[in-house]
Design a protein. Structure first.
Length: 163
C-alpha cells in the first residue's frame, strides 16, 4: 500500500466518517461519544482549520485522517490541537506517523507555533511511543482525565511539540 495525504474533500465524507466512527465506537481514545453520518461528518471535517486524509494511492481508499484546529483563542491562538484516526485493521503500519508528520507541517504552514495534545490516554501505548519518537514533550499526568466506554476512568498525558 502506498499511503499519501491530501486535504479533505466532500467526496471523502462517507469513508472519513466511517474511520472516525471506529475510534469513537471503541471509546478508548476520542472524547466524542456521538457518531458521524455523511452529512454531520462533512460539516465537522469542513469546520476544522485543516482536515488531512490518508489514502491508498492505488485504490483511493481512505485509510486514516486527522483534524487540526486552534487549541484556544486570542493570546493562545498560536497553539493548535489535532486528533488522528487510522482504519481498524491497518493500524501498526505507520499510517499514524504519516498523519502526524503531515499535520505538523500543515500546522506550521498555517502559522501555528505549538501542537498540543490535550488527552493522550495512558493505555494508548502506540501513540505514546510515536509521540516520544517524534519529540513531543509530555506535560504530566491528569489522573482519571478520560472516561472509557466501559465507564472506567483512566489517566491522560497531555503533550506538546514546538513547530
Amino acid at each position: 500500500m502506498q499511503v499519501e495525504v491530501r486535504q479533505y474533500q466532500r467526496e471523502d465524507a462517507r469513508q472519513a466518517a466511517a474511520v472516525w466512527n471506529e475510534v469513537v465506537e471503541e471509546g478508548a481514545a476520542f472524547p466524542q461519544e456521538e457518531l458521524l453520518d455523511e452529512e454531520t461528518g462533512h460539516a465537522f471535517f469542513e469546520s476544522q482549520s485543516f482536515t488531512g486524509v490518508a489514502y491508498d494511492a492505488q485504490t483511493g481508499e481512505v485509510v486514516g485522517l486527522y483534524i487540526l484546529h486552534p487549541n484556544n483563542v486570542g493570546r493562545c491562538g498560536h497553539i493548535c490541537n489535532a486528533s488522528y484516526a487510522v482504519k481498524r485493521g491497518l493500524r501498526g503500519q505507520h499510517i499514524g506517523e504519516v498523519l502526524v508528520r503531515h499535520c505538523m507541517d500543515e500546522a506550521k504552514a498555517l502559522g501555528f507555533r505549538v501542537l498540543q495534545f490535550n488527552a493522550v490516554v495512558k493505555s494508548n501505548a502506540p501513540a505514546l511511543r510515536l509521540y516520544e519518537r517524534l519529540g513531543f514533550v509530555p506535560l504530566g499526568v491528569i489522573p482519571g482525565g478520560f472516561r472509557n466506554k466501559d465507564g472506567v476512568y483512566e489517566d491522560i498525558i497531555p503533550h506538546y511539540h514546538l513547530l
